[in-house]
Design a protein around this ligand. Structure first.
Ligand code: SAT
Ligand code: MN
Length: 623
């Protein structure tokens, strides 16, 4: 027997497998991997098993490459610094590829630039992929990551195979999803999977400026092909661009699968709240910078309440055979924004993140720890700080120590208030859905939708304050329907119709509310303390779920009856300002929403939503 006859089990398309067992891959997975080997031409193949040993080998490798440094102040924590050109998702380079453009995005009005996603034709996609991926993994290892979104084996879960040339991505995917043997063990030749191809890329001229963080920002492209459940991402190593299970799979591809199969893939946290021994689950959608992770891990100030966390970012929800809406968190970790996280704002997060965590683009302290804006009171006075770019930093520096989009990537199971049912295969029963935004004026602390159509209208109308691009000064109120604007996998008009159709699936629809923790008084100060005090708002929601008669009808929805919001022990709350409904504000608001719908969604807007718009307009006239 010649040695060269052997390697059948150790080579794939002539490339050696340096880790893992080829036999765990199904025929279909193997065919996919072979196809992409031919395209990307890696030097070696590594099939991820998800073991601790594999993980520590990868972390060692990353340390040698200079991608991460250990943080000796904590247990198994690491700091990565990216190329400064690769620090966030890039919406303008993110596309959905379908034959028909109108399957992906609504047709905006003549002369209006669409803001509800980007479309590319499949032919164009193929061309762009060939141009970038041909030979892109030369001299690199291709990692094969089998992963499950959702608890392994749950009927609500879905499997993906991610191919990547980044060990940082493998280590992060191991935290954010369930990877390796546990997943391949349950796969057979009939198992469907989402195909996820990722490369950090090499610039065309071959010059890698920052070898510890290779990337190709100029040519970055993130593509999704819903028809074949395929994701292709090139040029970025960071966050939602490279951890493909998250926004690409769980939301963009996920929402298209959900549409076909009759369920919902949403940008929502899931929390459990117990009051006097009775527990309910709530899902909530907020645009970024509205404190989603804080709410998901809230410490209630009212006695007798307990909040537990199921997830902080994504919910997959469907009605079960009894018409009960059930949700799973498809993720396995938290990829949270670090700045602003502190013992004051989110003590539970602070108890979660200082072991087994990969931090990215935060600042470093001379005692081997991390630092970011908001941690002023949590570090020793005598430590020296190195900013996210690796430069010395002090409190007088003009630039932030941590990048504003710096993150912790941490296992969910470490959260001290992780819900006992967070991995339950059937999901948790959802009683209420919250929408929210950052609205300094006009929008009350809470109002309840009058019915399902009104609820869908509410989600569609969601707006939130965002920091405007540098050239505008100040803040602007951005439309962010369902907090999903960057994440729709298909035409937003069709998405609205899909939500409307849920009415036919059950007689037990969840109640829907819109909350705003961020209203300000004429003095510019917040009218509501927020954080743990938000449990008072959740308490009112629980009363409504118990059908308590504690709500007054108003033109915009139901608001708390006088004294029905528990303010015990809280002083100085100006309830009349918090709940004031100003006719002029609401007229402008509904006009802005209507204009947005007509300009952006046009003929794809479901008639029911147009009717809701007109109804509200009329009601506001009588305000
Ligand atoms: O970078 S992610 O898309 O994973 C997080 C976010 O931007 O919301
Ligand atoms: Mn998010």
């Amino acid at each position: 027997l010649k040695l060269s006859n052997y390697p059948v089990f150790h080579h794939l398309r002539g490339i050696s497998v340096i880790h893992g067992d080829l036999n765990v891959l199904t025929e279909k997975v193997r065919a996919y991997v072979e196809d992409k080997i031919d395209l990307c031409q890696p030097d070696t193949i590594h099939i991820c098993d998800g073991t601790d040993r594999e993980n520590s080998n990868l972390l060692n490798l990353l340390q040698k490459q200079g991608t991460i440094v250990p943080l000796p102040k904590y247990q198994n924590c690491w700091l990565a610094r990216t190329n400064p050109a690769d620090t966030a998702r890039v919406e303008s380079k993110t596309f959905i590829c379908t034959e028909k453009k109108s399957d992906t995005i609504p047709t905006p009005e003549e002369g209006v630039k669409g803001s509800l996603g980007n479309w590319m034709s499949p032919e164009h996609m193929d061309k762009e992929v060939i141009a970038r991926f041909t030979g892109c993994m030369k001299k690199r290892t291709m990692y094969v990551i089998p992963f499950s979104m959702g608890p392994v084996g749950s009927p609500l879960s879905k499997i993906g195979i991610q191919l990547t040339d980044s060990a940082y991505v493998v280590a992060s995917m191991r935290i954010m999803t369930r990877i390796g043997q546990a997943v391949t063990n349950i796969m057979d030749d009939t198992t469907e999977f989402v195909k996820c191809l990722h490369s950090v890329g090499t610039p065309l001229n071959g010059v890698v400026e920052n070898p510890s963080w290779p990337c190709d920002p100029e040519r970055t492209l993130i593509l999704h092909k819903p028809q074949t459940n395929e994701i292709v991402s090139y040029g970025s190593g960071y966050g939602g661009n490279s951890l493909l299970g998250k926004k690409c799979f769980a939301l963009r591809i996920g929402s298209t699968i959900a549409k076909r199969e009759g369920w919902l893939a949403e940008h929502m946290l899931i929390l459990g709240i117990t009051k006097n021994g009775k527990k309910r689950y709530i899902a909530a959608a907020f645009p970024s910078a509205c404190g989603k992770t804080n709410l998901a891990m809230m410490t209630p100030t009212l006695p007798g309440y307990k909040v537990e966390c199921v997830g902080d970012d994504i919910a997959w929800m469907r009605f079960d055979e009894n018409g009960q809406l059930r949700a799973i968190n498809p993720e396995n970790g938290f990829f949270g924004v670090a700045p602003g996280t502190s013992n004051a704002s989110n003590p539970i997060a602070m108890k979660t993140i200082f072991k087994n965590t990969i931090f990215t683009n935060v600042a470093q302290t001379s005692d081997g720890g991390v630092y970011w804006e908001g941690m002023e009171n949590e570090i020793n006075d005598n430590v020296e700080i190195t900013d996210w770019l690796g430069k010395p930093w002090n409190k007088n520096s003009k630039t932030p120590a941590a990048h504003p989009n710096s993150r912790f990537c941490t296992p969910a199971k470490q959260c001290p208030i992780i819900d006992p049912l967070w991995e339950s295969p059937e999901g948790v029963p959802i009683s209420a859905i919250l929408f929210g935004g950052r609205r300094p004026v006009g929008v009350p602390l809470i109002h309840e939708a009058k019915n399902w159509r009104h609820a869908v209208f509410m989600g569609a109308s969601l707006r939130s304050e965002a920091t405007a691009a540098a050239e505008h000064k100040g803040k602007i109120i951005m439309h962010d329907p369902f907090a999903m604007r960057p994440f729709f996998g298909y035409n937003f008009g069709h998405y609205l119709q899909h939500w409307l159709n849920m009415e036919k699936r059950t007689t037990n629809l969840p109640k829907v509310f819109l909350v705003n923790w961020f209203r300000k008084g004429s003095d510019g100060k917040f009218l509501w303390p927020g954080f743990g005090e938000n449990c008072r708002v959740l308490d009112w929601i629980l009363k409504r779920l118990d059908n308590e008669d504690c709500a007054d009808n108003t033109p915009i929805g139901l608001i708390p009856k006088k004294d029905s919001l528990n303010l015990e022990g809280l002083n100085g709350i100006d309830m009349s300002e918090l709940f004031k409904l100003d006719a002029e504000f609401w007229e402008q608001e509904i006009n802005a929403i209507q204009k947005y719908f007509e300009e952006q969604v046009g003929k794809d807007l479901p008639p029911a939503i147009r009717e809701e718009c007109d109804k509200l307009k009329n009601e506001i006239k009588n305000m």
